[in-house]
Unconditional design. Structure first.
Length: 277
């Protein structure tokens, strides 16, 4: 399905209206935005509690000297982690707030004496911005499900990869503990005053009710079908994202990246994680 430029820009505008107001994940920190402590707190939450599987599942250790493009840079946490692993990094985002924070984090790392091999961190629409291309890895965590025009984006990503390049990404899963909880709250708390998509956007992304960011929850087969249709072959898949807080009382005693939570995540996790070429 072909989406118009107006529809694409509307999708970008909805994303900006949410994340220009408050950067994604910023509620995980109580330090002032842009400070070293701010990034430290968000990094700790991301890699030690919420999504500790990211570096392993997406093979950050294999990124040394590889040209990496990140779609949706967020607070720069993953960008810096990939750079620490030797990546030659580029990033693109539609949100000025995210770009500012990511550049700030990279600068703090440079001041600390770490090598930050950055090609470009830019603001723009992926379908319109003239990116360098020929990337060894294109990475995106929790972003592509906010896009109305997925197939167009996937074809664009395919064209930006090198001959043996890989697309590594994570998107929301429809059948997941978190989505079941959101639907339950929609029925019993919101009492269906707002649409389900509006409610899911509000709980998952912090958007205002009545002004939802685009959010698409899909099953594995739907995503695989889109990937195959746009020329990709899946080489690795896992389902992840079941956190300690989902289990009352006992959850806090479990290893965030241990066998129990990973096993539960393989069935009820919030993220479909794909690597394909």
């Amino acid at each position: 399905m072909k989406f118009s430029q107006v529809e694409r820009h509307s999708s970008n505008k909805k994303a900006r209206s949410t994340w220009e107001r408050k950067a994604v994940g910023s509620h995980r920190a109580n330090a002032d935005a842009g400070t070293a402590e701010y990034f430290s707190q968000i990094r700790k939450y991301r890699y030690e509690y919420e999504t500790p599987f990211i570096p392993e599942v997406f093979q950050y250790k294999t990124l040394k000297n590889k040209r990496v493009l990140e779609i949706g840079v967020g607070n720069g946490i993953d960008a810096v982690e990939m750079l620490r692993n030797g990546a030659c990094y580029s990033g693109i985002d539609v949100t000025e707030n995210h770009l500012k924070l990511t550049k700030r984090y990279v600068e703090l790392e440079r001041r600390a004496g770490r090598i930050m091999n950055v090609e470009e961190i830019v603001k723009g629409d992926l379908l319109e911005y003239d990116l360098i291309g020929n990337y060894n890895v294109i990475y995106s965590f929790g972003v592509l499900h906010h896009i109305t025009h997925e197939e167009e984006i996937l074809r664009r990503l395919k064209s930006l990869l090198s001959e043996n390049g890989e697309l590594r990404f994570a998107v929301y899963a429809r059948f997941s503990f978190f989505n079941i909880w959101m639907i339950t709250m929609w029925i019993f708390q919101n009492r269906m005053k707002n649409s389900l998509k509006d409610w899911q956007s509000h709980l998952a992304e912090g958007s205002f009710l009545g002004d939802p960011v685009v959010i698409k929850l899909r099953n594995k087969s739907e995503i695989q079908s889109m990937l195959e249709k746009t020329g990709f072959t899946v080489i690795n898949y896992s389902k992840k994202g079941f956190v300690q807080g989902y289990i009352p009382f006992l959850g806090k005693y479990l290893n965030p990246n241990g066998w129990v939570l990973n096993k539960l995540g393989s069935v009820l996790g919030w993220y479909h994680c794909f690597t394909c070429h």
